[in-house]
Design a protein around this ligand. Structure first.
Ligand code: ADP
Length: 409
């Protein structure tokens, strides 16, 4: 009750100060209007004087506003008089309408207290809650401290619970926070274990060849050549994997800074197209660029890397001699690029997983295409960092189309 009274009085005083400001503003507007009308009138009367007449003085005389005379005394002693009412009778109705509006405005603002009270309610609730919490005795917080010390981010099922009703809302907030921390810890653990698993394979292969070299390489020329070739490939593969892992780790910790510049998406696509035609003779590449400019403000190197990932995947997952289409489109509201292949496609249930780290669709695992399952996670990170969206359309044995759209402004 006391709280309600306090809030009503605050609302009343806010309303009163608002009302006072409004009244002052309206009075100023009225005065300005009056001055403007007076200047216009004086100017109009001045224009109607004979050409060589010079006004010495202006007077307004007469009893009652209907008889007011506007008198211009001229230098030669003569004067010109004008019945002001002739002018006022046109103005008075407009002034009355204006005054009526102002009156209604000021009058309705006087009753705004209830509305202000309603708007103040959330603030008041917050203040009441804060007051309640500060008035809790120390034993409540001791219970809470005890409950918090029992949980840990690595124990996924444990939640804070004191059974104390006064602390319920704090508990819910803390438990939500805890759940988020636990989820991110789980993801981090999965990432580390997947990464170690992926790195173990090339290390094992390298070890195998080193052992082979150690035993027979010195005498056998063919073993020597095969081993060196395999060591080169595997170390190259490992270097690529480590670079991919570092990129994602930097992304997670917010250390992947974007160096943004203004560019045209068509130029980027043209460059990736030229590279692809040169490197990969097994597929036919087709490029379709919009006539309109496709401006984009972003990190050139990263965006190019993301296009490369989609294009290299298209080549990796489609048979030789197939066509890969690259396109850039621009509309009033967005710019987009598209990479389409006629390859093995992706089963519908797996599409939602392909952007997960280390995920490789079943068909791919069995196939000959090499990969770590990190390419699309990196591409998605880059597109997300540019506020873009990725659409995937894919059918097994028909092909896949990735469309990446960036909204303008
Ligand atoms: P990978 O290194 O395995 O290519 P990505 O993250 O680039 O890893 O892709 C994840 C998975 O998505 C691939 O293993 C593959 O199963 C599937 N995929 C990606 N692009 C295509 C495509 N163009 N056609 C068919 N499958 C694709």
């Amino acid at each position: 009750m006391r709280e309600n009274q306090k809030m009503s009085s605050i609302a009343r005083s806010i309303n009163f100060s608002f009302w006072r400001k409004r009244l002052t503003l309206l009075l100023c507007v009225d005065m300005l209007l009056f001055v403007m009308v007076a200047i216009t009138f004086a100017y109009w009367r001045g224009q109607l004087l004979p050409e060589d007449a010079i006004v010495k003085k202006i007077e307004i005389t007469g009893d009652g506003y209907r008889n007011w005379e506007y008198i211009q005394l001229l230098e030669d002693g003569s004067y010109i008089s004008y019945k002001l009412y002739e002018f006022l009778k046109y103005l008075v109705p407009s002034f009355l309408v204006l005054l009526a509006f102002e009156f209604i405005d000021i009058f309705s603002a006087m009753f705004n207290t209830a509305e202000i009270r309603r708007r103040l309610k959330p603030l008041n609730d917050l203040a009441t809650k804060a007051e309640q919490i500060s008035s809790l005795d120390a034993s409540h917080f001791e219970n809470l401290r005890e409950a918090i010390s029992q949980v840990s981010p690595s124990q996924t099922d444990l939640r804070i619970s004191t059974g104390d009703k006064d602390l319920q809302s704090i508990e819910v907030a803390l438990n939500n926070l805890l759940a988020r921390i636990q989820e991110s810890q789980k993801q981090q653990n999965r990432f580390i274990s997947d990464a170690s698993h992926e790195l173990r394979t090339p290390i094992a292969v390298i070890q195998g060849y080193v052992n082979m070299l150690d035993r027979w390489g010195k005498d056998d020329e063919s073993v020597l050549e095969e081993s060196i070739e395999a060591l080169k490939n595997e170390s190259e593969h490992m270097k690529e994997l480590v670079e991919q892992l570092l990129f994602l780790a930097r992304g997670d910790s917010g250390r992947n800074t974007l160096k943004k510049t203004q560019m045209d998406l068509r130029d980027l696509m043209q460059e990736v197209y030229d590279e692809s035609v040169m490197i990969d003779e097994k597929h036919t590449y087709k490029l379709e660029l919009d006539d309109k400019e496709a401006p984009l403000f972003g990190d050139l190197a990263m965006l190019k890397q993301s296009i490369r990932i989609f294009v290299q995947n298209a080549a990796k997952y489609s048979p030789e001699k197939n066509t890969i289409r690259l396109a850039v489109k621009a509309t009033e509201t967005s710019v987009s690029y598209m990479v389409q292949d006629e390859g093995i496609g992706i089963v519908e249930e797996q599409i939602s997983h392909i952007f997960e780290r280390f995920y490789r669709a079943d068909e791919t695992r069995g196939g000959s295409a090499e990969g770590s399952g990190l390419g699309l996670s990196i591409a998605k990170w880059i597109v997300d960092a540019h506020d873009g969206t990725i659409d995937v359309l894919s059918r097994p044995d028909i092909g896949t189309r990735f469309t990446i759209t960036f909204h303008r402004g």
